[in-house]
Design a protein around this ligand. Structure first.
Ligand SMILES: C[S@@+](CC[C@H](N)C(=O)[O-])C[C@H]1O[C@@H](n2cnc3c(N)ncnc32)[C@H](O)[C@@H]1O
Length: 277
């Protein structure tokens, strides 16, 4: 059995001091390459409706892969990538060389960023709000609504861990449910995806639309976000779950050849701040 890491990737994304940035960067690169995630990026791009002169914020941009692509694709719009993790943002800066003149970076936690109300024509988040426990989750939604100008758009893609599919192995249905639960408990806001549409409507946003997207993961991404997360969760409850540990070990041993390891589902929520709001 491999050694459990000291912090899982989720803990690293929540708290930059918990995990080395190499693991986080490698994981973000791996996720970015997944065909299902590329399809989500295309859908988000369409929803942003970027036109010349627009100011667009990517809140929680990580290593800035998508915001840098957007800046290159739309040279007449202005983009800001914001993230609270200084190491990830440094990587973003280094990757975006030569830096597009319409792209800037902001090292800040969203909640302390002191950005002015109505500063952006469009704001996107991707897998960020799921790291906000209560009451921060609601506070960040309040903030995002205020950041976008009246008439501007929010485009938020957040996962929903209540709709995750782990491979059940063969004849192991009873084991997969507790593993699903353990995985869900690793996140402060596991049902973010399904909650956001109603939360935005309750904040007076107009034209709220929600579309679920699922994508399957490959072996390296599975190892980072499923195997290592579960292994650590099991390590933290010694003496229990021996059956689950053996199952996980068997899955890991066959992971390279498995045609299906896991699929994640998220909800793409789009909304417009009403004119005059
Ligand atoms: C799973 S990563 C996703 C990164 C990027 N959006 C992507 O799709 O590749 C989550 C990112 O959100 C950032 N983050 C989490 N909470 C944040 C907050 N309150 N303010 C700013 N950034 C935050 C983390 O530092 C991390 O870079």
């Amino acid at each position: 059995m491999t050694d459990a890491p000291k912090a899982d990737l989720h803990e690293g994304f929540r708290d930059p001091l918990r995990a080395g940035s190499a693991a986080l960067t490698g994981f973000l690169d791996g996720v970015d390459r997944l065909p299902g995630v590329r399809a989500i990026h295309r859908a988000m791009r369409r929803s942003l409706g970027i036109r010349p002169g627009m100011r667009v914020l990517d809140a929680g941009c990580g290593i800035g892969l998508e915001v840098a692509r957007l800046a290159r694709r739309y040279p007449d719009a202005r983009f800001t990538g914001l993230d609270k993790n200084p190491d990830l943002l440094d990587t973003a800066r280094q990757r975006a060389v030569p830096s597009p003149p319409n792209l800037s970076w902001l090292h800040a936690a969203l909640e302390t960023s002191e950005l002015e109300e109505g500063s952006y024509d469009a704001v996107r988040t991707e897998r960020v709000l799921m790291y906000a426990p209560h009451p921060l989750f609601g506070e960040l939604l309040d903030l995002l609504v205020r950041l976008v100008r009246p008439g501007g758009r929010l485009v938020l893609f957040e996962l929903d861990y209540g709709a995750t599919m782990l491979s059940a192995g063969r004849d192991d249905d009873a084991l997969v449910r507790p593993l699903d639960d353990l995985l869900e408990r690793a996140l402060p806001q596991p049902l973010a995806g399904r909650k956001i549409p109603l939360e935005l409507a309750a904040r007076g946003m107009a034209e709220v639309a929600a579309v679920p997207y699922s994508f399957s993961v490959n072996e390296p991404v599975w190892r980072g976000i499923v195997h290592d997360t579960l292994l650590l969760a099991l390590e933290r409850e010694p003496g229990r779950h021996e059956e689950l540990r053996s199952w996980l070990e068997a899955q890991a041993a066959g992971a390279h050849d498995s045609p299906f390891l896991a699929a994640f589902t998220g909800v793409l929520t789009t909304a417009r701040r009403p004119d005059g709001a």
